[in-house]
Structures are given as structure tokens and as C-alpha cells.
Design a protein around this ligand. Structure first.
Ligand SMILES: *Cc1c(COP(=O)(O)O)cnc(C)c1O
Length: 375
């Protein structure tokens, strides 16, 4: 095995997930969110797959992400920076030809002073309480200032939901109503203005949130925005994380594995050491909790997750384990699978953090349904 830990990313799955979301969004354009290196899946290859699946927009969170994405995909596709931009980041985003989010008149004046073309999406905070203005009057004033400025183009009006993933929650409907009350009259005054609000959960939950453009992120990678089984919503996880059996040893009763001796053998058993750890983003909180797959069978993680290694109890019969055997930490092997949702539930986090947290030490290998990519 050439690499010690590998994330295989199936771009065929990304393409199908985007096509599935595009069908769900019937008529609305799809803006595929590829921030944080495509939630750990690789931004540029996933962006290309999303475009092949029917997305016509891309979004990132930062100016540097916009620059890197633009270098990878060329000039034809609109790219929106969703996040805040410092004064230093603003020209980087504009150099990348990215659309920017604006919610203050001061930022409009800054853009005017730069004297260069910019495409603007005005952000109205309908309740998430982070970025955007909470004031309908200010949001409208910003939009009118953009529309009146010579080099600026008023492209979008948008918001972001706080509780789209909590089904049955009433706040989602309140935010939607607040957004509609502000944005629909604004669009009447500015025909062609693009309204957008829906993340993955909203896209799957409520057609009334779709407007002109939906902004799914997590679901394009085949992860479930509600933290449930992705298959139930026809989503196909794109990423398989694997490593290999680097050492095998028989533990006698009383022998321990790992720092702090947090596991000791109660009977004779075979212990496999797999060279991946929290330095790769395999979280230390999974200590004594997770499972992996070996020869299509679930094996329990034993002892402390260390920076570079973890240990598994292969059992007294050893499952025929040999040095070099593949071990799947996330994804399917044979009939069994371990989902990002499973791992997240064990450590009180969300699937987003499981894949986004994989570090640069993990080699990403992109393929299309098992076939190598065309050059
Ligand atoms: C990250 C993000 C999205 C995508 O959210 P998912 O829950 O991953 O679908 C959409 N809009 C904004 C503003 C975001 O920051």
C-alpha cells in the first residue's frame, strides 16, 4: 500500500447527489457549496462533478477559497463568497471574479471607492444572528445603494436559516416569512434579482424555501443534513476513508493497548494496529467507542486514539487478518458500512465535522464509480 491513509472520493456520487437535489429544487438553480475544501472532499474536483450534475453556481466561504476555486474551474461559472470579507480579503475575492455578500452601506461605499466592477448579494439576517443586517430598512437601503452605484451590480438578496435541520420547528417558518416580506417587494422593484435562502436541509424540507437558487452543501457529498441515514433520502456518501493493518499481535489477558491503558484484554485476542489517528482527523473522542470494517466485518476500536495510530480487537479467531489488509474507517465494505452520521453520533457532533476535519495528511483519491478520472 503506497499511502497509509486514503480518502477515496467518488465524483459519480457527487454528480448524482447534485442531480437529485436539482430535481428536488425543480426549476430553481443549484449553487453547490464547496467551502472548507468541499467539506473535506476536495473543492475543485467536487465543483466539477457538481456542475456535471446540474449545478450552475458555486459557493465558498472565504476569499482564498474563491481564488483557488477560480484557478481550478475557469471563468465561466458564477462563484459566491458566503462569508465576511476583511478589507484585505475584498480585492482577493474581486480578483477571483467572485460575487460578494454585503449588508452595510459602509461596505457599498468601500466598493464604490475601489472603482471596479463587483457583483453583490445583499444579506438580510432573518434570525440566524451572525452575518447580515437585522434591519429590513438597512437591507433595502444597501440594495438601493448597490443598484445606484455605477460599477456595482445588484445580483442577489438572501438569508440563511438557523433551524432548517430541526423538522417541525416553527422558527424556520418565521425566518421564511420575514425573508419573503423583505425580498419579494425588492425583486418587484429590481426584476431579475435572485432570491436565495435554502441550505441542504431547507432544500429537502420545504419547496417554499427554494426561490431562484438553492445552496446545498452537505447533501451534495451524500451526507444527511438531518444526521440520519443518507440512504433514506436517496443520498449517496461519496467518501470512503481507509487505512491498513500495520501490525498484528496476540494480547494475553491483562495486556493493554494504547496510551493510559484505557483497554486491557479480558481474554486472549488478536489486536490490529492501524496507522491513522487524530493527526489525520480521526477524532480522539472516538476512543473505545467506534468500529471499523475488516473483511466486511465490524471490529471494535480499543484503547486511546493517538495522533498516528489506533488499535482494534480483531477477536480470538482473528477474522483471517493479515498485515496489509484494508481497514475501512468510514464508508462501506462488503455489506457493512460506517457512516459519518454514525461516527458523529458517538461523539456528540455532526457529520459535517467528521469529513471537514480530515487533515491534509490524508491523501484524497478522486474517481468516478471506481474508474480513474480522465485527464
Ligand atoms: C455552508 C452554508 C450553506 C450550505 O449548508 P449545508 O447545511 O451544508 O447545506 C448554505 N448557505 C450558507 C450561507 C452557508 O454558510
Amino acid at each position: 500500500m503506497a499511502v497509509r491513509a486514503l480518502a477515496k472520493v467518488n465524483l459519480g456520487a457527487v454528480e448524482r447527489n447534485v442531480a437529485r437535489l436539482a430535481r428536488e429544487a425543480s426549476g430553481s438553480a443549484v449553487c453547490a457549496v464547496v467551502k472548507a475544501d468541499g467539506y473535506g472532499h476536495g473543492a475543485v474536483p467536487c465543483a466539477r462533478a457538481a456542475l456535471a450534475g446540474g449545478a450552475t453556481w458555486l459557493a465558498v466561504a472565504t476569499a482564498n477559497e474563491a481564488r483557488d476555486l477560480r484557478a481550478g474551474i475557469g471563468d465561466a461559472i458564477p462563484v459566491l463568497v458566503l462569508g465576511a470579507l476583511s478589507g484585505e480579503e475584498l480585492p482577493i475575492a474581486l480578483d477571483a471574479g467572485a460575487d460578494v455578500a454585503v449588508w452595510t452601506v459602509e461596505r457599498v461605499q468601500e466598493l464604490v471607492a475601489l472603482g471596479r466592477p463587483a457583483r453583490v448579494h445583499v444579506k438580510f439576517d432573518t434570525g440566524l444572528g451572525r452575518l447580515g443586517t437585522r434591519s429590513e430598512e438597512e437591507a433595502t437601503a444597501v440594495a438601493e445603494a448597490v443598484a445606484a452605484a455605477e460599477h456595482l451590480e445588484l445580483v442577489g438578496a438572501w438569508t440563511h436559516f438557523a433551524t432548517a435541520d430541526e423538522r417541525g420547528d416553527a422558527f424556520f417558518g418565521e425566518q421564511l416569512a420575514r425573508f419573503r416580506a423583505w425580498a419579494e417587494p425588492l425583486r418587484a422593484a429590481h426584476p431579475g434579482l435572485l432570491l436565495h435562502a435554502a441550505n441542504s436541509a431547507a432544500t429537502l424540507r420545504d419547496p417554499a424555501s427554494h426561490f431562484d437558487l438553492v445552496r446545498p452543501g452537505i447533501a451534495i457529498y451524500g451526507l444527511d443534513p438531518f444526521g440520519e441515514d443518507p440512504a433514506a433520502r436517496d443520498l449517496e456518501p461519496a467518501l470512503v476513508l481507509s487505512s491498513y493493518v500495520a501490525a498484528l499481535k496476540v494480547a494475553q489477558p491483562g495486556d493493554s493497548a494504547g496510551y493510559g491503558r484505557r483497554w486491557t484484554a479480558s481474554k486472549e485476542t488478536l489486536v490490529a494496529t492501524v496507522p491513522i489517528g487524530y493527526g489525520d482527523g480521526y477524532r480522539r473522542a472516538l476512543t473505545n467507542k467506534a468500529h471499523a470494517l475488516l473483511h466486511g466485518r465490524k471490529i471494535p476500536l480499543i484503547g486511546t486514539v493517538s495522533m498516528d495510530n489506533i488499535t482494534f480487537d480483531v477477536g480470538e479467531h482473528g477474522l483471517g487478518a493479515k498485515l496489509g489488509d484494508d481497514v475501512v474507517l468510514l464508508g462501506a465494505q462488503g455489506a457493512e458500512q460506517i457512516t459519518a452520521e454514525d461516527l458523529a453520533a458517538l461523539i456528540d457532533t455532526i457529520n459535517y465535522e467528521i469529513t471537514t476535519g480530515l487533515t491534509s495528511r490524508i491523501t484524497r483519491a478522486h474517481h468516478r464509480d471506481g474508474e480513474p478520472l480522465e485527464a
